[in-house]
Design a protein around this ligand. Structure first.
Ligand code: ATP
Length: 250
């Protein structure tokens, strides 16, 4: 098995706050890894560290075998890491296809001549995410769940080695969540390695191949999703109520 990303003793301290406090883990190629943990456990800070948006207090990061903890955030995409954000970030005046093309153009060489019609990778990304028939509508005409789908299309058009999804189903109903879960598993089956951050533990059980559980900036345990959520330390971290009390939390 090959590891796409490895983190070793990563810490991010904000003054006296140990948001992430010495985490080591690896993301295996071709699977969906997930991070769960109660509010404030350090998930977002860890993602910011992995994408170089926050300074590491200590630790090492490597991607595809090369160290990258000194790389600028702007270089992350060209390394092969694409991401979606906690809130939808689509350009409202551009069609679905044009929004997805932004991801393509970010990766393509600027001096490449533009042909007519959509570049093949854009059409493929729209097909893979079930958006082909909505290519020419504006985001405002789409449901929230479908807008999220457009963001995923914009990320995968970059042909990333790793797709990082930060709460992709926040604000969605159960049926939209099931759709996104199915899409992520389909992309995994096509070979796309993913790291998923979500509050909805049931969604994580349904979607992930491997889970990491965090609490208070540390990794509590990792392993098969069902084993991780059954772990007494994980149950305890969710204030003793068990994760079901938090299912669907935003
Ligand atoms: N810029 C910052 N300055 C100071 N403290 C911060 C900063 N960012 C995060 N923290 C603190 O670090 C800890 C971890 O926060 P983080 O947002 O990473 O947790 P989280 O698991 O993503 O939480 P949530 O599930 O609510 O999004 C919290 O105590 C938070 O208040």
């Amino acid at each position: 098995m090959t590891n796409v990303l490895e983190a070793s003793d990563v810490a991010v301290h904000y003054g006296g706050v140990r948001a992430v406090d010495g985490i080591s883990f690896a993301l295996e190629e071709g699977r969906i890894s997930g991070i769960i943990g109660p509010n404030g456990s350090g998930k977002s800070t860890l993602v910011a560290a992995l994408t170089r948006l926050t300074h590491l207090t200590r630790g090492e990061l490597s991607f595809a075998g090369a160290r990258y903890e000194s790389v600028r955030p702007a270089s992350i995409a060209s390394m092969g890491v694409a991401r979606t954000f906690q809130t939808v970030r689509l350009l409202p005046d551009l069609t679905v296809a044009a929004n997805v093309q932004l991801g393509h153009d970010a990766r393509a060489r600027r001096d490449r001549p533009r042909g007519r019609g959509l570049p093949a990778p854009v059409s493929q990304a729209l097909d893979r995410t079930g958006l082909a028939e909505m290519a020419h509508v504006l985001p405002s005409e789409l449901s929230y769940g479908t807008q999220r789908r457009v963001e995923i299309a914009r990320a995968i058009v970059m042909a990333p080695k790793l797709l990082l999804l930060d709460e992709p189903t926040a604000g969605m109903n159960q049926s939209e969540r099931r759709d996104i879960s199915a899409l992520l598993r389909q992309l995994r089956d096509e070979g796309l390695t993913q790291l998923l951050i979500e509050h909805d533990v049931q969604m994580m059980l349904d979607t992930c191949d491997h889970l990491f559980a965090m609490a208070q900036g540390r990794l509590l345990t990792e392993g098969r999703p069902a084993d991780v959520v059954a772990d007494a330390r994980v149950q305890e971290a969710y204030l003793g109520k068990g994760w079901k009390a938090h299912a669907g939390d935003q």
